[in-house]
Design a protein around this ligand. Structure first.
Ligand SMILES: NC(=O)c1ccc[n+]([C@@H]2O[C@H](COP(=O)([O-])OP(=O)(O)OC[C@H]3O[C@@H](n4cnc5c(N)ncnc54)[C@H](OP(=O)(O)O)[C@@H]3O)[C@@H](O)[C@H]2O)c1
Length: 232
């Protein structure tokens, strides 16, 4: 497969870090967005091995100035694939304990951030070879499978992301973009916790298989890491 240039958000740990590792291993180039580059110590070993195929940039997806600076840093050459991965869990509290500031922050990161990044990187994505954008969502944002309640901030943010991406996919369809929502499974990361049944390596391998094979006809759809369509 021809090597390509990927941009990944939330690359300091967890699923984002695993994306970086697998892409570098197969020869691709990665621009990694992290909130605090000086603290992204887990990227250091890859940096030493991959040389200039890995570039690390400061990025807070909820901060418009940070997104603008990030775009200025990465848009100097074409971007083939954008993977919107950064996310926060928000507070998992009941209806009477809801912290509305926390909910707004969670929406800003999980739902608004990926749209901000997509819009900011569009000029470079248009210059790319495949015009693909992936959004790491969650089955918890699927309305019809919410049978347990709770997790308001997280569920609402991912449901909003899902709807936003559906519109992005339709709006960019005429330009040949393929935009896809991905459920990574319940994954062993800081967010997923140690009891999660899926390890990052398996989740990311599955998601990369979907991204690699993605076609414009699949744009606007929602798949899990095993390739099964997720019911909204
Ligand atoms: N793990 C699961 O079971 C699971 C299930 C379904 C969906 N997901 C989704 O998968 C994605 C990755 O989750 P994960 O499990 O890898 O979580 P994680 O281990 O908690 O890592 C989250 C990543 O997002 C970054 N991030 C948080 N807020 C950010 C911001 N404002 N701007 C830029 N980056 C920010 C973090 O950076 P810092 O290191 O600076 O905090 C970190 O790199 C998320 O979108 C999550 O919702 C995860």
């Amino acid at each position: 497969m021809q090597s390509m240039r990927y941009v990944i958000t939330g690359a300091s740990r967890g699923i984002g870090l695993e994306f970086v590792q697998q892409l570098l291993r197969r020869g691709d180039t990665v621009d990694a967005g992290v909130r605090a580059p000086e603290q992204a110590l887990r990227l250091e070993p890859f940096h030493q091995v991959a040389g200039n195929r890995l570039r690390i940039h400061a990025l807070d997806v909820s901060d418009p100035v940070s997104v603008r600076n990030f775009a200025a840093d990465v848009c100097f050459e074409p971007v083939d694939v954008l993977i919107n991965n950064a996310g926060v869990p928000g507070q998992w509290v009941g209806l009477h304990e809801l912290d509305y500031d926390d909910m707004a922050r969670t929406l800003a990161v999980n739902a608004l951030g990926p749209l901000r990044i997509t819009a900011a990187l569009l000029p470079a994505l248009r210059q790319g070879t495949v015009r693909k954008v992936a959004y790491v969502s969650s089955r918890m944002g699927a309305v019809s499978s919410n049978t347990e309640g709770g997790a308001y901030a997280y569920r609402m943010s991912k449901a909003a992301l899902n709807m936003g991406v559906r519109s992005v996919a339709l709006d960019l369809r005429a330009e040949g973009f393929s935009c896809v929502l991905l459920h990574p499974g319940w994954v062993q990361t800081d967010m997923g916790g140690p009891d999660a049944p899926v390890v990052p390596e398996v989740s990311v391998r599955g998601m990369l298989r979907i991204i690699d094979g993605l076609t414009p006809e699949q744009s606007g759809r929602f798949f899990d890491f095993e390739g099964e369509e997720v019911v909204w």
